[in-house]
Ligand binder design. Sequence first.
Ligand SMILES: *Cc1c(COP(=O)(O)O)cnc(C)c1O
Length: 338
Amino acid sequence: MTAPLALPPRVRLANLPTPLERLDRLGDRLGVELYVKRDDLTGAELSGNKVRKLEFLLADAEAAGADTLITCGGEQSNHCRATALAGVRRGFASRLLLRTADPSAPPPTEGNILLDRLAGADIRWISPADYARRAEVMAGEAERLRAAGRSPYVIPEGGSNPLGAWGYIAACAELADQLAGLDDRPTTIVYACGSGGTGAGLVLGVRMTGLDRRGVRVAGVNVCDDRDYFVRTIGAICAGVRERWPEAPAIGPGDVDIVDGYVGAGYARSRPAELELLRDVARAEGLVLDPVYTGKAMFGLASELARDRRRFGDRVVFLHTGGIFGLFPKAEQLAPLL
Ligand SMILES: *Cc1c(COP(=O)(O)O)cnc(C)c1O
């Protein structure tokens, strides 16, 4: 067992611990000992990595006496869906700022949007130009709510701030227990990186739990932006954690491994080869990935291993961060491959 971490206050939302499963068929095909950490099983409607961050963020929102959560994301945001549903459970209203190409012609009510609406979230469609200044737009929404006598709590994109990062610091403690029975061969936790909070938590968590001394490293496959952006973003979140919790380790740019080159056709856009792999994984292992994050991360993992079998050491722990509802809006693009 690892020494218990002193965690900030949290509310319970996720079904934990999530299973760690060995995938022999896919592992043989990729040439590594492969495990999957099933964070897609943190819940059904409340599934995925965002639930872990929200445990800490909503505890803070409650402590602040808030009544309304404000957050933002892409139109099929898993984070916004998880926030809306978790919010209902804890008694918050939610206002979601969702990015869409043309706010006057919003996308159909399907996938995550359907769940946002079921949860009664107040959706505001915003243009990519407004999304680029999302912090300002959310601050404006908060101001308006305050003027109307409400008490808003702003959660940044993806729940990726120093407090949200504790979700994956805590997940590392869980993983350390699950890996305790295995030997110390070089192991890499591979994850999909979208706003940096999961990456920041993992990078800090492997250090804070001593997993690094057992040969465990972390590598993120970015699904948007680029390597420099995420080295900076993850570095800033880690610095923020250390500022508020000085016992956290110092993280330098050299500690952040981002596997760039797999954004492909762009954020939330799929290439046929990515969807073919997603299909093949479903057929080999009964494991369903999502097209926006985990499908791209798996495509990155497979492509890197095809080039260099030793890129991630002997053992890979693939973090399944969820996102299944993003699959349904891709039905038409998937159909010809099935
Ligand atoms: C948000 C998300 C990610 C990325 O996590 P970040 O902490 O935003 O980098 C990965 N996978 C899924 C399914 C997600 O919804």
